[in-house]
Ligand binder design. Structure first.
Ligand code: PSU
Ligand code: MN
Length: 301
């Protein structure tokens, strides 16, 4: 086992016994939602995974250790410290380890640590992707490269339209990442259950998805899979409301010269503020929905 990896006793036991385990990320806790809803959501996600028969492994870097499975004190620390905790993507891991520092892991970094731990399914809210205007900024999330090379299936509610959804799909196609729609042919757009884009394949059961994941592994080539799980209709937001908030947030980001790793957290926080509590409520519901599906897929593997 990797010398920097540390599994919680519950995760270690579940992995070694071959029981279902799912990874959960921590940037969503520290940079994706405000306190105290972030802490409540992190705890609810763990409970939802257990309810659906899977052991939750929330991933973070703590004192330079790559942790899969956190204590409640660690969850609370990440939630309360918020954006003061380093946002940790692939490029940040070596430095955080060397400095024995803490980091909240993005989708990319969570996939790396999940794969090291032998965890094959991971649930989150939304992934990073190709940002609008990427043809000049070159802002493309490391999450996409990770999906191309690391064998973990990521369940998400699609992507927020802070991203260019069409270019994100093109990038995933180039990189050979299958994009699955759970009970839909349409790519979900996070707060809304549909967009103008299509997924590669529609699948209607956790078993069907598990079969594709197993086939990908048995072929012996690298890479993950993106499973998009639409927000339940009763929690979706009106498209007009959310589009207006996103446009406003993008405008402010450009005016303030927000760049690099600050871009996604800035946009997430502004969209949340601009829509009041409504978008946050949707966000929490869709994450829990994804956790339930991820747990069912892990059980079917
Ligand atoms: N999109 C969301 N919510 C999130 C993120 C993205 O709707 O919380 C977080 C995830 O942790 C994701 C990261 O991996 O932002 C992407 O950041 P960047 O675009 O800087 O790669
Ligand atoms: Mn970026």
């Amino acid at each position: 086992m990797n010398q920097y990896l540390k599994l919680s006793p519950a995760v270690e036991k579940a992995v070694s016994e071959g029981r279902p385990v799912i990874a959960l990320e921590s940037t969503i806790i520290s940079h994706g939602m405000p306190y105290p809803q972030n802490l409540e959501t992190a705890r609810l996600c763990e409970a939802e995974a257990r309810k659906n028969g899977a052991e939750p492994a929330t991933v973070a870097v703590i004192h330079g250790q790559l942790c899969a499975g956190l204590t409640d004190e660690e969850l609370e620390y990440l939630a309360k410290t918020g954006p003061q905790v380093a946002k940790a993507s692939r490029r940040d891991l070596p430095v955080l380890i060397a400095r024995k520092a803490d980091g909240a892991t993005t989708v990319a970094a969570t996939m790396i640590i999940a794969a090291m731990a032998g965890i094959r399914v991971f649930a989150t809210g939304g992934i990073g992707g190709v940002h609008r205007g990427a043809e000049t900024t070159m802002d493309i999330s490391a999450d996409l490269e990770e999906l191309a090379q690391t064998p973990v299936a990521v369940v998400c509610a699609g992507a927020k339209s802070i991203l260019d959804l069409g270019l994100t799909l093109e990038y995933l196609e180039t990189k050979g990442v299958p994009v699955i729609g759970y009970r839909t042919k349409t790519l979900p757009a996070f707060y809304t259950y549909e967009s103008d884009f299509s997924v590669d394949y529609r699948m209607d059961s956790p078993k069907e998805i598990a079969d594709a994941i197993n086939a990908q592994r048995k072929m012996g080539y690298p890479g993950g899979m993106l499973i998009t799980d639409p927000i339940p209709a009763e929690y979706a937001m009106p498209k007009k409301v959310i589009d207006a908030a996103i446009e406003q947030a993008l405008k402010e980001a450009a005016e303030q010269g927000i760049k690099g790793k600050a871009t996604t957290p800035f946009l997430l926080a502004r969209v949340c503020e601009l829509t009041g509590g409504e978008s946050l409520k949707s966000n929490i519901k869709l994450v829990l929905n994804n956790v339930a599906l991820a747990a069912q897929i892990a059980a079917a593997l």
